[in-house]
Design a protein around this ligand. Structure first.
Ligand code: AKG
Length: 319
């Protein structure tokens, strides 16, 4: 659990970085192994579909991913742990493995979250994995895609529906590989969570606050070691730096809110991760979690034009 000083810091600054919070052996390594197996499966599938010349089986994870990326196999959705915001099909890929579910339920993570939002904890379905290639190999079209290239300044409240503006959500940004200013760690604007919701504009690839509204000189980068977690408030303005290194930058962004509050994505499934009031209501079965997402996918594939945010880019600042 966090100390009073840590909780005060979170409340005053809108964020709190805790290095090495998670246990490498228990929380991080199983996820890395699961993704290794996933990449293996995906390579076999892409070879069978004629999209990849070979499976690159002998190569380590990162080198394999470079080959996959260079061959034009778009992996960002196939590895992600949530459905996309639009164009969901009955066969849209999503990764729902047990190691990811265990990460979502990590007792170390939930103890920290409990310190910030109390003991009735819902896993909010706005969640992603981001394995970002170096900018030197990234295709021009991918530079502004938030799961591959840079993530523009935004508030997490701004990328959800307004019904969740009062939700006491906390974002937990988890470093799987080391995150540094060079390889594109997050940067935050301290105390910006007290400034209310900012104007966000939509582009083809993401929703973000116009640069003109950001006081860049206030921004601070948040480097973390593997297993480190950056906790932030849903109104905290943040962005990623470009990955100028020669390696991938790998993170998960997970979110939690008190049970019963709006998640901001009502069409996606969350689950009770911890409840001291009703322990039996917690979801502990990874297969049941995966099924919730598969059911949501089947439903969403039959509907069109789901609203996921409030912005229309009509403001002149969006031009
Ligand atoms: O990891 C990134 O590059 C962006 C993450 C982010 O913006 C978020 O978690 O809201």
């Amino acid at each position: 659990m966090f100390s009073k000083t840590q909780i005060d810091e979170f409340e005053q600054n809108g964020f709190l970085a805790v290095d090495r919070l998670l246990d490498y052996e228990l929380d991080i390594k199983p996820v890395i192994e699961e993704y290794d197996a996933l990449l293996d499966e995906l390579c076999q599938q892409w070879v069978a579909e004629g999209r990849l010349p070979e499976t690159y089986q002998g190569l380590p994870f990162e080198k394999r991913l470079v080959e996959v990326y260079r061959a034009g196999c778009s992996y960002e959705q196939a590895i992600d742990i949530a459905l996309p915001n639009s164009d969901v099909r009955a066969d849209t890929p999503i990764h729902l493995g047990p190691a990811v579910f265990n990460l979502l339920r990590s007792p170390r993570m939930l103890a920290a979250v409990e310190s910030l939002i109390g003991s009735e904890i819902y896993s909010n379905p706005i969640q992603h994995v981001r394995i970002k290639p170096p900018m030197s190999i990234i295709a021009r079209d991918d530079e502004n895609r938030a799961r591959l290239g840079r993530t523009h300044w935004h508030q997490d409240s701004g990328v959800g529906l307004p019904e969740a503006d009062e939700t006491q959500m906390v974002t937990c940004w988890v470093a799987i590989t080391e995150a540094t200013p060079e390889n594109g760690c997050l940067q935050v604007l301290p105390k910006s969570h007290r400034e209310g919701i900012a104007l966000h504009c939509t582009t083809k690839d993401q929703v973000g606050i116009p640069e003109a509204l950001i006081e860049q000189e206030r921004a601070i980068p948040i480097p973390l070691n593997p297993g480190g977690v950056l906790f932030f408030h849903p109104m905290c303005k943040h962005a990623s730096l470009d990955n100028k290194s020669s390696a991938f930058r790998w993170s998960f962004d997970l979110r939690y809110n008190p049970i019963g509050q709006a998640t901001g994505r009502p069409h996606f499934p969350g689950f009770v991760a911890r409840s001291r009031r009703d322990p039996d209501s917690t979801l502990t079965d990874p297969e049941a979690w995966a099924q919730l997402w598969r059911d949501a996918r089947a439903k969403l594939a039959r509907v069109e034009g789901i609203k996921t945010h409030r912005w229309d880019s009509s403001d002149p600042l969006c031009a």
